[in-house]
Design a protein around this ligand. Structure first.
Ligand SMILES: Nc1nc2c(ncn2[C@@H]2O[C@H](COP(=O)(O)OP(=O)(O)O)[C@@H](O)[C@H]2O)c(=O)[nH]1
Ligand SMILES: [Mg+2]
Length: 223
């Protein structure tokens, strides 16, 4: 095998376009942040791979929060309504965002989705980003906090292979701990890698399907 990997260089055509896009997204994200704060609304951006357990965790969080605050959820998805419907069963407002072929939400889509909510009667917006550990990283949405979910079924190297996604994250959740033994993945090892990649990150192990560790996630987020 060739030992030197092929690397991405600066020699691509659309670098200026990309910078414009990211700058514009940042501006719109600041606008979202301001609009939410004017109404005293907090927002949480939830990231993680497809199937890591984001919808399951959000559903469990909503169950615990809905009696003490007004929660609304923005559900990012490529094309389906499945997740939005699962969350809506908890009796909170859900706005579905379809991204089509895009692998992340952006601040413009979130801006449009926020217009569907009565922000004056919302305390917390939870945003389920599109399942991906790469693309959403560079697209802030205007949320106050980011939570990144990894699950043991992704194998032992998620944190080391995807360090950038944790850069702005305050909390990392290690989900599906019930499957750790079968997967031969060490939860402590994953936690150690996460702290190496993002010093100071709060790491919370969960079995979201059984609701285990969800109270600790809420505490880590200060909710
Ligand atoms: N065994 C196990 N399964 C889980 C856990 N959390 C979620 N799942 C399952 O994983 C699958 C994907 O979960 P989902 O919440 O839809 O993931 P998302 O794509 O990140 O939103 C579903 O079948 C869940 O029931 C967990 O902690 N343990
Ligand atoms: Mg989901």
């Amino acid at each position: 095998m060739r030992k030197e990997p092929i690397v991405e260089t600066e020699e691509i055509f659309d670098i200026e376009l990309e910078e414009d896009l990211l700058n514009r997204n940042r501006e719109l994200a600041e606008g979202n942040h301001k609009a939410m704060h004017e109404h005293g609304v907090r927002a949480l951006d939830v990231l993680g791979s497809i199937g890591s357990g984001k919808t399951t965790l959000i559903t469990e969080m909503v169950k615990r929060l809905r009696d003490r605050m007004n929660v609304a959820v923005l559900a990012g998805d490529l094309t389906t309504m499945i997740d939005a419907e699962r969350i809506e069963e908890q009796g909170v407002p859900v706005v579905q965002i379809h991204t089509g072929k895009e692998c992340h939400l952006d601040a413009n889509l979130v801006h449009k989705a926020l217009a569907e909510l009565d922000l004056a009667s919302v305390d917390l917006v939870i945003i389920e980003n599109v399942g991906n550990l790469i693309c959403p990283g560079e697209f802030p949405l205007g949320a106050d906090q980011r939570l990144v979910m990894v699950s043991v079924t992704e194998g032992p190297y998620t944190a080391l292979k995807h360090p950038y996604i944790f850069a702005d994250a305050e909390v990392a959740v290690i989900n599906k701990v019930d499957l750790a033994e079968a997967m031969e993945v060490s939860v402590d090892g994953l936690a150690e890698d996460l702290r190496k990649v993002k010093p100071g990150i709060k790491v919370v192990p969960t079995n979201a399907r059984e609701g285990e560790g969800v109270d600790e996630v809420l505490r880590a987020l200060g909710l």
